[in-house]
Ligand binder design. Structure first.
Ligand SMILES: Cc1cc2nc3c(=O)[nH]c(=O)nc-3n(C[C@H](O)[C@H](O)[C@H](O)COP(=O)(O)O)c2cc1C
Length: 203
């Protein structure tokens, strides 16, 4: 099978693209607007893009409230979405008026961050405090503007719950990190395997 996405000629009932680019980590993004109104929403076009200093990005299909807030304050927090928090995370994806507090909507507890104004999710085992560095409007292959926006940020502070540290390493299977796949599918990390790179000494 070969298809061209703009022609939608895959012949399947649903577009398989997101099932191919999967699993995707979920950046559960908290932000505030210039008046301090709090927002929280999940973004699975999200990833870490550099190690040191650590950098992350997420992409918004349309100029959504998270991007609008971050364009005003240039700060955000990425909270880790886990199996225990899956329903709350999903509730915060509802499209609500700008300024509605998603923490209240999903009965989550906001905790003050250390270095940025947006609060983090107390119930989440990890959170990345970020300063936005770039907000990029995407272009298509034809060079024309698209209604998609990528926010890049430097991670300036990291919280993690020490109960998940085993042998000096964060245990992702204990945190039960969730990820997004295609369709209505998610996955939870339950199994790990290790490989050593050919040019890497064994740790
Ligand atoms: C697991 C999950 C992942 C999502 N990923 C994205 C994404 O990558 N980009 C996007 O634009 N919307 C994504 N959405 C939808 C947004 O969360 C939703 O539009 C939300 O209302 C945006 O909130 P905001 O306007 O407060 O930023 C996702 C929803 C869910 C449940």
């Amino acid at each position: 099978m070969f298809y061209e996405p703009t022609k939608r000629n895959h012949g399947l009932p649903h577009d398989p693209f997101k099932a191919i680019v999967a699993p995707r980590p979920i950046g559960w993004i908290s932000s505030v607007d210039k008046s301090g109104n709090v927002n929280l929403a999940p973004y699975s076009f999200f990833n870490g893009v550099a190690t040191f200093p650590p950098m992350v990005m997420f992409s918004s299909e349309g100029f959504k409230d998270s991007v609008a807030n971050i364009s005003e304050t240039m700060e955000f927090v990425c909270n880790l979405a886990t199996w225990d928090l899956r329903e709350a995370m999903n509730r915060t994806s509802q499209s609500v008026a700008r300024g509605v507090n998603d923490f209240e909507l999903a009965a989550l507890t906001p905790v003050a961050s250390k270095l940025v104004k947006p609060p983090r999710v107390a119930e989440s085992p990890c959170a990345l405090e970020c300063k936005a560095t770039d907000i990029v409007r995407m272009k298509g292959a034809d060079g024309g503007p698209r209604d998609n926006y990528v926010v890049f940020g430097e991670v300036v502070g990291i919280h993690f719950d020490e109960q998940y540290v085993r042998n000096g390493m964060l245990d992702v299977t204990a945190m039960k990190t969730i990820a997004r796949l295609g369709y209505r599918d998610y996955s939870v990390v339950t199994e790990l395997f290790q490989m050593t790179r050919p040019d890497e000494k064994k740790r």
